[in-house]
Design a protein around this ligand. Structure first.
Ligand SMILES: O=c1ccn([C@@H]2O[C@H](COP(=O)(O)O)[C@@H](O)[C@H]2O)c(=O)[nH]1
Length: 324
């Protein structure tokens, strides 16, 4: 049955891009003219900040929508500004979806069962709750599995019934991920390998038309040596790989995240795309759009070139085959 992974593959093929643009709007890094306008409307306040984040976020979305299939909104940067920030988060979710983009909320939720259920409802909605407006919702959510399987089940059940996607943290991109995630358990597996087994078990029960599951995994683009191992442990999961760009990941490091079919991985970058200009020198929206366009096209080319070298760039072959 068509599921979230099929939606991803369909749109990745259409845009010819495996890139996810991360929207992590930091008030200290966004261009000054957004702040000036926000201050003139709402003063220096949470409402003003949320307005600046909204306008900046819309610029990013309008700029990247022709080059990528997916955006990832980092919830933390919006939560800073309380109710105004959260409202901006959802306004940007709606804007991105209206522009034809798939939206991942990066909120890394996970708690005891009933609370996970409420978290899942807040991001995915719930048709049985007549008090919650049916929209907006996100297409996928990152979740933290460290409370155990009963913390994952409510997200899994909602994802199945509402046709959403999950990205479960398996091996995170930060250096200290080794402190806990690389520790070996009595089973001889590491903690992250154990989570990978869980992911694979969930994934096997929810395979879509292209052979992928709606249950994906977060694997850092910074852990080049581990990526192949995780690909073997979770053959049917789409990987979300943060850590490209600002954290050092490159196209040549992440080709093992892709299956031989040329799919199965989304590479995410935030700061290297959305702050790809000098904040002080930049004066107009046109200039920002140009810098962001160049950055996202370079990233697309870097990844597609790396895949081409490994014979994993499939849309060229698909285009040729469809001509015969
Ligand atoms: O393992 C992880 C999981 C999530 N993230 C998030 O991705 C972006 C990375 O931002 P960059 O500017 O591209 O470094 C950010 O929202 C993180 O919270 C991650 O980095 N690593």
């Amino acid at each position: 049955m068509f599921n979230f992974s099929d939606l991803i593959i369909q749109n990745v093929k259409m845009k010819k891009s495996h890139v996810v643009v991360g929207i992590d709007p930091d008030i200290n890094r966004i261009p000054l003219f957004y702040l000036k306008e926000a201050e003139s409307l709402y003063g220096v306040s949470s409402q003003g900040a949320a307005h600046a984040l909204l306008e900046f976020g819309k610029t990013v979305i309008n700029t990247v929508k022709d080059y990528v299939a997916v955006v990832k909104l980092q919830s933390a940067y919006f939560e800073v500004y309380g109710a105004y920030g959260v409202a901006t988060f959802w306004e940007l979710v709606s804007h991105a979806k209206n522009e034809g983009l798939i939206v991942i909320a990066d909120a890394k939720r996970g708690d005891i069962g009933p609370t996970s259920r409420a978290y899942s409802e807040s991001f995915f909605g719930d048709k049985t709750n007549k008090w919650r407006d049916s929209n907006p919702t996100v297409d996928a959510l990152t979740i933290n599995p460290y409370l155990g399987k009963d913390s994952i089940d409510p997200f899994y059940n909602s994802a199945i019934s509402l046709k959403k996607g999950l990205f479960i943290l398996v091996k995170t991109s930060n250096d200290s991920s080794e402190d806990l995630q690389d520790k070996q358990l009595k089973s001889q597996l590491t903690v992250s390998e154990t989570i990978a087994e869980w992911v694979n078990n969930y994934a096997c029960d929810s395979i879509g038309e292209n052979g992928y599951s709606l249950i994906g995994a977060v694997v850092g683009a910074t852990h080049t040596k581990d990526i192949l191992k995780f690909r073997k442990l979770m053959p049917n999961s789409i990987f979300l790989l943060p850590g490209y760009g600002a954290q050092g990941g490159k196209g040549e490091n992440i080709t093992n995240a892709f299956n031989p079919d040329g799919y199965g991985a989304l590479i995410s970058a935030s700061r290297s795309i959305i702050y790809s200009y000098n904040k002080v020198e930049i004066k107009t929206e046109h200039q920002i759009k140009k810098c962001i366009t160049d950055a996202v096209r370079n990233m697309n080319n870097d990844i597609n070139d790396a895949l081409l070298r490994e014979n994993k760039l499939k849309w060229k072959a698909e285009a040729l085959n469809s001509r015969h």
